[in-house]
Design a binder for this molecule. Structure first.
Ligand SMILES: Nc1ncnc2c1ncn2[C@@H]1O[C@H](COP(=O)(O)OP(=O)(O)O)[C@@H](O)[C@H]1O
Ligand SMILES: [Mg+2]
Length: 225
């Protein structure tokens, strides 16, 4: 689905990372870890075509990113749901409208698609908060709104950037259970987190691989995590 071959990225200073070769297969579950500043967010941006590798090849759903037009990239992006690290919402719009925004923006807010919204709000446990405004939400609620918004277009791939930032342990576990459930439904999942404790606690419940960025390289972490 997403394939990298010898990928490097640099923002202009030194190289952030290089020689990354990796396939994110359909239905796979990956954790992405590494210290703050290692390049986790940058790596995810490459995976959804927001950045072009400065070297190497990146294929999204079989097509080389370099050969893709803006429209091609936009079509690919619809197949990828992103939970951003700083989940930003439109504060004057109720939660349900924020979740539905990708539908509204793409003109797909017909009743049958909006039925999906009701299911999704219930699945993330936010039915009762549908009419709340984003500033009224707790950290855990915000993260679940961000997850629901990433899922509203029924993407095949979910990229979650620190989805458990600013939430307590119990809520982290709950969010992880949702992501595992999505993977069981066949979605490809990548979770960037610097929280090794959370990875250890989650790993037991899902067949997964742990990718670690350190010293400008990406390695597969072993059992000694
Ligand atoms: N737009 C940008 N321009 C220049 N440098 C950036 C930009 N975004 C991130 N960086 C730098 O790249 C490094 C990796 O950032 P990031 O991918 O956000 O790491 P992580 O998510 O692992 O904390 C950091 O040193 C950061 O300051
Ligand atoms: Mg980050």
């Amino acid at each position: 689905m997403i394939e990298l071959e010898n990928v490097a990225y640099s923002y202009g200073g030194g190289e952030l990372f290089s020689e990354i070769s990796l396939k994110l297969a359909p239905g796979s579950f990956h954790f992405l870890t590494g210290p703050s500043g290692a390049g986790k967010t940058t790596f995810l941006k490459l995976c959804y075509g927001a950045l072009q590798p400065t070297d190497g090849q990146l294929r999204l759903f079989g097509a080389d990113l370099r050969d893709m037009s803006r429209d091609d990239v936009a079509l690919c992006r619809r197949r990828i749901g992103v939970v951003h690290q700083d989940c930003q919402f439109l504060d004057h719009l109720p939660v349900a409208e924020n979740v539905a925004l990708p539908l509204t923006v793409s003109g797909q807010d017909r009743p049958e698609e909006l039925a999906n919204l009701t299911d999704l709000m219930s699945w993330v446990g936010l039915t009762e908060r549908a009419n709340a405004l984003p500033p009224e939400l707790s950290g855990g609620e915000r993260q679940r709104v961000a997850l629901a918004r990433a899922l509203i277009m029924s993407p095949e791939v979910i990229l979650a950037d620190e989805p458990t930032g600013n939430v307590d342990w119990e809520m982290s576990q709950r969010l992880m259970r949702l992501l595992i459930e999505l993977n069981r439904m066949g979605k490809t999942v990548v979770i960037a987190t610097h929280d090794l404790g959370l990875i250890r606690a989650t790993k037991a419940h899902v067949q997964s691989r742990v990718l670690r960025i350190s010293n400008r390289r990406m390695q597969l972490a072993g059992a000694d995590l």
